[in-house]
Design a protein around this ligand. Structure first.
Ligand code: CIZ
Ligand code: SF4
Length: 303
């Protein structure tokens, strides 16, 4: 089937099933095209709470669909590809976190939104890459266990030196593998470009960047900057919006390796099948929802 045919079928089915489709900034271009809203995980979860439709097709990875379910427990949340997980989120388990908490009983726990619902349920407050610095600053405890991303944690630790950040050793398989030497080469090649990177990159890369921010912050920065050329240091999916919104600007990807294999699992056919067969439903226990929603709500209160 051609893309336009399947897109039409998805649109029909969406109406029939009373559904909305949301897509993360890292999704394939055609998925972003078919979505009602494209954004970061938190913006999408908040949007899901506000819509009247009963069914949410979440084109992203597992923890994102879980966050939407935690914030909208009465809705049916579907993840089109059951194996679309986030290896970084899987690097911390609830058991591992409980052990760490026993080792540092006075520490507060901040979990990056890239974590399972169970890990969120054992954390004090959740954060995203847009608000991690403010979340950490808002906490009264000096000691803070930060899970699971060591790179985002190090970035926050540098900006909030008054806190003692205890890092977990997780990392994003896509951002973490980017090498400093390769970044220096592309910077040299495009001397007139600004380098915008995600804090999931290694600290030595964030250090030489002109701007460090989440997907949304990078997208906003590029849109409002007077500069015309940018090297983008996050997953290549953001290029779709960057290029569409800024036809007069030029974007280079920092590395051809900036592709998240899990984000790319969702195809138009997956979305069609998800709606047609109402799969795969995100199911969470009431206890996990109630505990995990506290860490998300606490973040929501700060912003
Ligand atoms: O929170 C998100 O959506 C993630 C994982 C990244 C970002 O910067 O938007
Ligand atoms: Fe996880 Fe990295 Fe993919 Fe984001 S880009 S979903 S952190 S593996």
């Amino acid at each position: 089937m051609e893309n336009f045919e399947i897109i039409n079928k998805i649109k029909e089915l969406k109406k029939k099933k009373n559904a909305v489709i949301v897509a993360h900034n890292y999704q394939r271009d055609e998925i972003q095209e078919v979505a009602d809203l494209v954004g970061d995980s938190f913006a999408l979860s908040k949007y899901c709470c506000s819509v009247k439709e009963e069914v949410i097709v979440f084109c992203g990875v597992h923890f994102m669909a879980e966050s939407a379910k935690i914030l909208s427990p009465d809705k049916t949340v579907l993840l089109p590809e059951i194996d679309a997980g986030c290896p970084m989120a899987d690097m911390v388990t609830a058991e591992g976190l409980i052990e760490m908490k026993e080792k540092y009983p006075n520490a507060a726990v901040v979990c990056y939104i890239n974590s399972s619902a169970e890990v969120k349920s054992h954390s004090d407050v959740c954060c995203t890459s847009s608000n991690a610095v403010e979340v950490v600053k808002s906490i009264k405890e000096k000691d803070i266990i930060f899970v699971p991303d060591q790179n985002l944690g190090s970035y926050v630790a540098k900006l909030v030196p008054e806190k003692n950040i205890i890092l977990w050793d997780g990392y994003c398989i896509t951002h973490h593998k980017i090498d400093l030497e390769d970044v220096k080469k592309i910077k040299e090649l495009h001397k007139d470009s600004l380098l915008l990177v995600h804090p999931e990159c290694k600290p030595e890369i964030s250090e030489i960047a002109d701007y460090v921010g989440s997907t949304k912050q990078i997208i906003d920065f590029a849109a409002t900057s007077n500069h015309k050329k940018f090297i983008i240091g996050t997953e290549m999916g953001v290029l779709y919006k960057l290029k569409n919104d800024n036809p007069d600007k030029v974007f280079y990807l920092m590395s051809q390796g900036l592709v998240c294999p899990n984000m790319k699992k969702t195809k138009l056919q997956s979305v069609y099948d998800a709606l047609n067969e109402m799969k795969y439903k995100i199911e969470l226990s009431e206890e996990v929802i109630s505990k995990a929603s506290k860490s998300l709500d606490r973040m929501l209160k700060i912003f």
